[in-house]
Design a protein around this ligand. Sequence first.
Ligand code: SAH
Length: 226
Amino acid sequence: MRIDIITVLPELMESPLGHSIIKRACNKGLVEIHVHNLRDYTDDNRRTVDDYPFGGEAGMVMKIEPIWRCINKLKEERHYDEIIYTSPDGEQFNQQCANSLSLLENIIILCGHYKGVDYRVREHLITKEISIGDYVLSGGELAAAVITDSIVRIIPGAIGDESSALTDTFQDNLLAPPVYTRPAEFNGWKVPDVLLSGNFKEISLWQERTAIERTERLRPDLLKKR
Ligand code: SAH
C-alpha cells in the first residue's frame, strides 16, 4: 500500500509516522508513506499556499493551484483509489472505515489548514472527506496521522501477532476484554483466576463474556450494529 500525505507542515508528520508499528511496517515494505510539502508546488518566491477569502470573512483559505498541481503530479504517476480530505464536517472515521481503507492500493490524504481549502478542491479533486471527531483541530496533520496509524496497523504483517488486531475494540463491534500481565497479585489486587488456569476454552469463553458485558455497559449502541 502507498499513502501520500499533502501538508503545509511536513515536520509535524515525522514523529507520529516514525515509530513503532508504522515504522516497522515501512521497513518491512508493507507500506510506503510519502509526505509532500505543499509549498513545493507553489510558483511564487514567497511560496504562498493561502489567500484571503472572497466575501471578506476573517481567516485565510488554502489556494487551489498548489493543491491541484500536487495531486495532478501524483495522479500522473499512478492511479489513486481515494483522494481524502481531512475535515470536521466529513464522514466520521471509525474502525470499519479504517478496515476498508487498509485494503486499498494507493491513497492521498490532504491536510487542511487555516479556514480550510478553497471549496473547489473539495468539489472537483477530492473523492472522500473524513472527520476524526466532532471537534475542530488547527490542521489536518494529526487527523492524517490518526487515519494512517489505524490503517497501517491492520495491514497483514504489520503487527507481530496478526490475531491481536482482530481482538481489538470495535472489530466485531465489541469492546476488547480486559487484559492483565504479571504479577498475578499486586497490593492484594488479583488477576481473574480463569486467566491463570491454562484452560484455553474457559479463557476464551471468559473473554467473550466480559467483552459483551463491557460493551453492554459502556457502548450499548455497538451491539445494535452486530
Ligand atoms: N473552518 C473549518 C475548520 C478549519 S480547521 C470549519 O469550520 O469546518 C483547519 C483544518 O484542520 C481543516 O481544514 C481540516 O483539514 C483539519 N481538521 C480540523 N478538525 C478536524 C477534524 N475533526 N477531523 C479531521 N480534520 C480536521
